[in-house]
Design a protein around this ligand. Sequence first.
Ligand SMILES: [Zn+2]
Length: 208
Amino acid sequence: MDKVSRIELIGGHPAVDFVNTVGGLRGGADDENLFGYPDLLTWVARAGLLDADAIEALRLRAADEPRQAARAFDRALRFRARLDAVLRAHLDSRGARPGDLDDLPGDLDELRRAYLDALAHAHLQPQTAGYDWTFCRATDTSLESPLWPIAQYAVDLLRSGALGRLAQCGHCRWLFLDTSRNRSRRWCSMGACGSIMKMRRYRLARQQ
Ligand SMILES: [Zn+2]
């Protein structure tokens, strides 16, 4: 099974989970999970951002137009790098004034442009409760469309109070929204880093 089919979605928000498609230990080498356009589609399907018919239509189209699919994939990875930079700068700058984040305008502008592109292609549709954007129909596919819901979620997160809940795992580079009542979550997941760190502490305690 490919890596992207197994990756845990623990970020608590689709934009955070997209950034987490790069894993690896804190300060260590990056651990990539997306190796091409089909992986991007698999991730978007797992995150529930496009429906199954649209995903299938995009898979067929990508097979017919590999060069355009590769370009769309590169753009998604560029977007991910920009979003990663913005979220980590936010984590690093807690307590700083907005004007202190001088190196971000290029990253933020890229996010803004992807967001505008997304909304230009979105349809406002009734949902079970209220209305929401939909981004791709099986009969009207664009190879760029997997990025659209990601861009919309990303900018929504940056504009929301939930950003104040952003945290990084104590062991790896994964980010998450800490929704625990006293903001005490320290690990991305107990199944991944939590159990490793607990075992390490247990061994250290036994050695003393
Ligand atoms: Zn972790």
